[in-house]
Design a binder for this molecule. Structure first.
Ligand SMILES: Nc1ncnc2c1ncn2[C@@H]1O[C@H](COP(=O)(O)OP(=O)(O)OP(=O)(O)O)[C@@H](O)[C@H]1O
Ligand SMILES: [Mg+2]
Length: 330
């Protein structure tokens, strides 16, 4: 039984109980997930969680100490597959070695050549990527003279030069200004939508994970501690937890706040009723059941309701809580 998802389609990327130790350091204990074609799968977790190690194992830069994995149908534990896998993927990893003495065009040309691309295709692909990333004007500068963000852009271009089917992006927008980060994110979404490219994306940026990733694995101390869509992760935390509700009334707010207080007196799941201006706030552990009753009660008392809002659990809260829980469990 696959660890997640019910698709009949074979996963494009799969990790099964992957583990990796370096000497005495346990980098990865147990990481499993499957990624389907055209999916953007996020790895989210604190420093040292094992995100980069996971990606490097799948890209055949390291051999796992335990577990297995497949990329494009090829077994990553079979050393004979390493080259075939590397040819067909793009890997943006932390601090990629750049050849400082080359300029951007020479550098991309070098990698395009390694991937067996024809000269004209290499040139066309490099031009398109450099223009998109806003460094075409600097194409003949040596990389040694590039700023940090420009180096990151070149690393992104190198990852995508051969239009790979499977793309591993380890913190792709790290060091990029907001506009450039958006260009990269938009391009990722375009590659997914137009070409069904499949991604694993490591990030610390929760907003980025939420915007780009179809599903997210939260990783902590070498383990997957939660896996699902951002909505599923939020729902998982919301169950039984208090949610803050805001009831906006048109007039007689103080009187309606008293109505809600009386309701709360006989419904212990409703607490902390407050009123400020036209807004009455309260907390509840069962908004699904109680909010309709509160609305009925207020309307029956002659109140006019403008809006009722429930706070959205942010992915950041989910992240912080799950990380906290998984540390306590250890
Ligand atoms: N080559 C290596 N040699 C020894 N230990 C390593 C090596 N690579 C990673 N580790 C250790 O493995 C653990 C996981 O590291 P990894 O780089 O995978 O974390 P990460 O989730 O990518 O963190 P970050 O968010 O800081 O990039 C850390 O304890 C790290 O020190
Ligand atoms: Mg990392």
């Amino acid at each position: 039984m696959p660890p997640n998802g019910s698709s009949n389609q074979a996963p494009v990327i799969a990790a099964y109980n992957l583990a990796k130790t370096f000497g005495n350091t346990v980098a990865l204990r147990d990481v499993s997930f499957e990624v389907r074609a055209g999916e953007i799968f996020g790895l989210l977790g604190p420093n040292g969680a094992g995100k980069t190690t996971t990606v490097r194992l799948l890209a055949c830069l390291y051999e796992p100490t335990g577990g297995s994995g497949r990329v494009l149908g090829l077994d990553i534990t079979d050393a004979g597959n390493a080259e075939r896998i590397r040819e067909r993927i793009g890997l943006l990893t932390e601090s990629p070695g750049l050849y400082d003495r080359l300029n951007a065009l020479e550098y991309l040309d070098f990698f395009g050549d390694l991937y067996g691309m024809a000269a004209a295709d290499r040139r066309a692909s490099a031009e398109r990527l450099l223009k998109m990333l806003g460094i075409w004007e600097r194409r003949t500068d040596r990389l040694a003279r590039y700023s940090k963000g420009m180096k990151q852009k070149i690393a992104v271009a190198r990852t995508l030069i051969h239009d790979p089917q499977v793309i591993f992006l380890d913190e792709p927008t790290s060091g990029l200004d907001p506009e450039s980060a958006k260009v990269v994110r938009d391009y990722v979404l375009e590659l997914k939508a137009d070409k069904q490219r499949t991604f694993v994306l490591c990030t610390h940026n929760l907003a980025e994970a939420e915007r780009l990733c179809d599903r997210i694995a939260l990783i902590n101390q070498g383990r997957v501690v939660a896996l699902g869509t951002a909505d599923e992760l939020r729902a998982r935390l919301a169950g039984g937890k208090e949610r803050l509700c805001k009831l906006h009334v048109r007039e007689r707010a103080a009187e309606m706040a008293e109505v809600v207080r009386r309701f709360a007196a006989v419904h212990p799941e409703v607490t902390g009723v407050e009123q400020a201006g036209d807004v009455i706030t309260y907390s509840t552990t069962d908004a699904q059941k109680l909010n309709p009753l509160i609305i009925q009660t207020v309307v029956a008392a002659g109140g006019q309701i403008v809006a009722l809002n429930q706070d959205e659990q942010s992915l950041e809260n989910v992240y912080l809580e799950l990380m906290h829980d998984s540390r306590e469990a250890d």
